[in-house]
Ligand binder design. Structure first.
Ligand SMILES: *[C@@H]1O[C@H](CO)[C@@H](O)[C@H](O)[C@H]1NC(C)=O
Ligand SMILES: *[C@@H]1O[C@H](CO)[C@@H](O)[C@H](O)[C@H]1NC(C)=O
Ligand SMILES: CC(=O)N[C@H]1CO[C@H](CO)[C@@H](O)[C@@H]1O
Length: 358
């Protein structure tokens, strides 16, 4: 078995270098400038997700479990953050990792905003326990001084739409009814829903569901949408121009939608093409203030800007922050200073929106 994996990985390596060579020799094709450590991390992520994805619409979970390094929750503070896992629904494996800031006296008394976070990974990969997302949430918790709830939802292709949204909604309802699982100074009247990539798709749909369902204690006042994964049948200008960019290609996104959306539906389904004519009517909803992040080398950026334009058109408060030189999922990689900048912008947004709601 090991030999097969090694062969697959060697093969991917070989093609990756061919690709690099091609990029270098293709004139006029601008490339993002990334440190080599980031390139290596991207290579690793691309390789292991590609090696596990099968054309018959299944994934090799054994291989993924082997390659996706997990970290355990730790109630002893590390670097000013303690973590624990809380079960929401054992049957559906819905749970969340709770990140609590522990350093500084003010964290003990001040009321802290709560960020309910949905991880990315094309609806197929990773979890709140993956080292990379555990690290991301620790940074959010420490740098923003917020309680972070990172939700585990069921994955495709084993589980399709709308189970991911149902799992997310059940996590919010659980928090609404069981506020005591959070630290005492967590202020659930200052909740923010956040997510990146597929997680930001989930975050949007959860925001809509929460507006409709109405919660008693939890009040969602903001939405942080980091490079959301939206799509449609049409090929956008950015999708075509940026084909071959790291992590996102049309073959990969098509596959992700195919195993996510109900069988027989195309990509213009309302879960993917959120702002098309099938779009949800937001005008009557108390949709939260939204911050959308996009990047110049992300092939999804046309879809993301359409989402932002649509929110504005529906009369919602939305802001767009653009990183012209960055790629999809850039903030996920610890060696980019832009990732640190993004977290500071999220912090500023959270403080500003919280003050408006005082
Ligand atoms: C898909 O392919 C894998 C490996 O080739 C195989 O084990 C699995 O049974 C196939 N699944 C379906 C539903 O065809
Ligand atoms: C979105 O979906 C609709 C169908 O509901 C389709 O007409 C439209 O072209 C799609 N794309 C965009 C960009 O709206
Ligand atoms: C500038 C920066 O964020 N550097 C980090 C690069 O990644 C290593 C760990 O992978 C960190 O220790 C550095 O701080």
């Amino acid at each position: 078995m090991r030999i097969i994996y090694l062969t697959i990985i060697f093969n991917k390596f070989y093609h990756f270098f061919l690709q690099l060579k091609n990029l270098k020799t293709t004139p006029n094709k601008p490339k993002p400038l990334l440190p080599w450590k980031t390139r290596l991390a991207i290579f690793y992520l691309t390789t292991f997700t590609e090696a596990a994805r099968r054309s018959n619409g299944t994934v090799n979970r054994r291989l993924l479990n082997l390659l996706d390094r997990n970290s355990s929750p730790n109630q002893t503070p590390v670097n000013g953050v303690s973590t624990k896992d809380v079960t929401v629904n054992a049957e559906h494996n819905v749970w969340f990792r709770l990140f609590t800031p522990t350093s500084g006296d003010e964290t003990k008394t001040a009321s802290l905003p709560v960020i309910i976070f949905f991880h990315g990974g094309g609806f197929t990969y990773l979890s709140p326990a993956s080292v990379a997302y555990d690290t991301v949430c620790r940074r959010f918790c420490r740098k923003i001084n917020a309680v972070v709830v990172s939700v585990n939802y069921r994955l495709t292709p084993e589980h399709r739409y709308p189970l991911q949204y149902e799992d997310g909604e059940s996590a919010l309802k659980f928090l609404d009814e069981n506020k005591y699982v959070l630290p005492e100074n967590a202020d659930v009247s200052k909740c923010f829903i956040a997510g990146d990539s597929a997680g930001a798709n989930i975050a949007h749909h959860i925001a809509v569901r929460v507006c409709k369902a109405g919660l008693r204690n939890v009040r969602v006042i903001g939405l942080i949408s980091i490079q959301p994964f939206f799509g449609g049948e049409e090929r956008t200008e950015a999708e075509i121009r940026l084909e071959g960019s790291p992590l996102v290609s049309m073959a990969r996104t098509d596959w992700s939608w195919k195993v996510f959306l109900p069988e027989g539906c195309d990509r213009d389904h309302g879960a993917a093409n959120v702002s098309g004519p099938n779009a949800e009517d937001l005008s009557g909803l108390d949709y939260p203030d939204t911050l959308v992040f996009v990047a110049g080398f992300d092939p999804l950026n046309d879809w993301q800007k359409r989402y932002y334009d649509w929110l504005k058109k529906c009369g919602k408060n939305a802001e767009l922050i653009e990183y012209p030189t960055m790629i999809h999922a850039f903030y996920f990689f610890p060696n980019l200073s832009e990732g640190t900048q993004l977290i500071l912008q999220v912090k500023e947004f959270i403080n500003r929106v919280s003050n408006n709601f005082k």
